[in-house]
Design a protein around this ligand. Structure first.
Ligand code: 4AD
Ligand code: MG
Length: 430
């Protein structure tokens, strides 16, 4: 091969008549009597090469199988029928790795695709989703850094529940002790605000979720932030600006992928602050009007959230959850102690909760009392209580479920496709 290899995306910009070489994997091959079409994909796109009778490479082109890795050389020609409007008139094809019969067919079931996920990740659909995911993660870091938050890293092995015992993963530690996988880095972030003031982390969180739903993973990616001196309203502002920043970046950089996924672009363009804010009480009365009864005090589930999302055309906050609907660390509203200074952010279009957060209890005695009220043992939370002994300050924070965010941004109907290798109640392989 004499021509310099370029990414497919670059090759598609070359003028007719340019010599070109690309490398990648065979997306499909079609044989006609006198010619063969080989569509090659790389990380940047797909491009068709045509090998005619006059090409010495025709017989070689007829040997390639779907997913074989190849280098293709030829001359660029404009052709409106080809994907991207151009094709390569092939003069040479080098087979690097001849693929065996690829097991994935067009009509493969979702379950089968998950069984062969290590191969299914090559699809254009998943590739597009993962590019949106990449942009979203990058935007999270950009945002927090631009706001003066320090990035920190917290342990995954922990000794007590953050979000309730029902979803704790138990692990046998090296010395035989019983420890758990973290459900949230929140408590560690709280300890770091006493020096760094504003901190964030992007890390996995683990939940032993027993139910199969479209929006639960057992291992998910969590972007969490915590800030000293911050109150609920300050955090809600940061949350809406973060979500707007990520969405803008995705619209800027990933328009092509969103279009390939069939995403409603207009819906994403509406994601600009301020987001509507409704109280838990207002939510219950909206639900009541729609024939959905929720007993005051109960948390809202996916079904109730879906009904509420019909009322809004952009993300919206639900604030003021009852004490018993939220984890023990939430600060109760001094003006109305039966509710907490908490807020969830819900994505529209039926998606529901993507962020949970709020103000934390800063008073030691109040925290101990609430731990007991929740039937938990203050002994298990010694170090967390300690934070309230030495220079306690008001503070607030939140956690954004990155996989749920990607699910909504890409408009897909199941969280498993928002992450390359999903871990769910019944799936840990491949
Ligand atoms: O609402 P959650 O449980 O809140 C916390 O963990 C807080 N400690 C966060 C904080 O304040 N630092 O979880 C936060 C978000 C949810 O809104 C959701 O987007 C996501 O994490 N999440 C999950 N995503 C996928 N699969 C699961 N099983 C999830 N559980 C929570
Ligand atoms: Mg929550």
């Amino acid at each position: 091969m004499r021509t310099e290899i370029v990414p497919v995306k670059e090759a598609l910009k070359l003028p007719q008549g340019s010599p070109v070489a690309v490398r990648g994997w065979v997306y499909r091959r079609r044989d006609l009597k006198k010619k063969a079409f080989v569509v090659v994909r790389d990380s940047t796109g797909i491009m068709q090469a045509v090998f005619g009778e006059d090409s010495r490479a025709l017989s070689e082109a007829r040997k390639v199988t779907v997913e074989s890795s190849v280098v293709v050389e030829g001359i660029v020609r404009d052709d409106p029928r080809a994907p991207g409007g151009k094709e390569i008139v092939g003069t040479g094809i080098e087979i690097i790795g001849l693929a065996e019969n690829f097991p994935i067919r067009r009509d493969a079931s979702r379950e089968f695709l998950l069984d062969v996920r290590h191969l299914a990740v090559r699809s254009r659909r998943l590739t597009s989703i993962f590019k949106v995911r990449d942009t979203a993660f990058q935007a999270v870091h950009e945002f927090f850094r631009s706001r003066g938050f320090y990035e920190v890293h917290c342990p995954m092995f922990i000794t007590a529940a953050v979000e309730g015992g029902a979803t704790l993963f138990e692990v046998k530690y090296v010395d035989g002790r019983k420890v758990y996988l973290t459900q949230s880095s929140q408590f560690y972030l709280e300890s770091l605000i006493f020096s760094l003031e504003k901190v964030y982390t992007v890390a996995p969180s683990f939940r032993a979720e027993k139910s199969r739903t479209r929006r639960h993973l057992t291992e998910f990616w969590h972007a969490e932030a915590e800030a000293a001196w911050a109150h609920l309203g300050d955090m809600m502002k940061i949350e809406e600006e973060l979500i707007a920043h990520i969405t803008r970046r995705v619209l800027e950089k990933r328009r092509e992928e969103l279009e390939l996924l069939g995403r409603d672009i207009e819906a994403l363009k509406r994601v600009e602050p301020p987001f509507p804010r409704i109280s838990y009480d207002e939510a219950l009365s909206i639900l009541e009007d729609k024939g959905v009864h929720v007993e005051w005090g109960e948390d809202l589930g996916a079904d109730e959230e879906r009904v509420l999302t019909q009322e809004f055309d952009k993300p919206f906050f639900l604030y003021g959850f009852p004490e018993k609907a939220k984890a023990f660390y939430h600060k109760n509203d001094p003006k109305r102690p039966e509710v907490t200074l908490s807020a969830d952010l819900l994505a529209p279009e039926g998606y529901g909760e993507i962020i949970g957060g709020g103000e934390r209890i800063e008073d030691k005695d109040e925290l101990i009392a609430k731990i007991k009220k929740f039937g938990l043992n203050p002994e298990d939370y010694q170090w967390y209580i300690d934070l309230r002994r030495y220079g306690t300050v008001p503070h607030a924070g939140f956690g954004l479920g990155m996989d749920r965010l990607v699910m909504w941004l890409t408009g897909i109907d199941h969280i498993v496709d928002a992450i390359p290798f999903p871990r769910t109640v019944n799936r840990v392989y491949p």
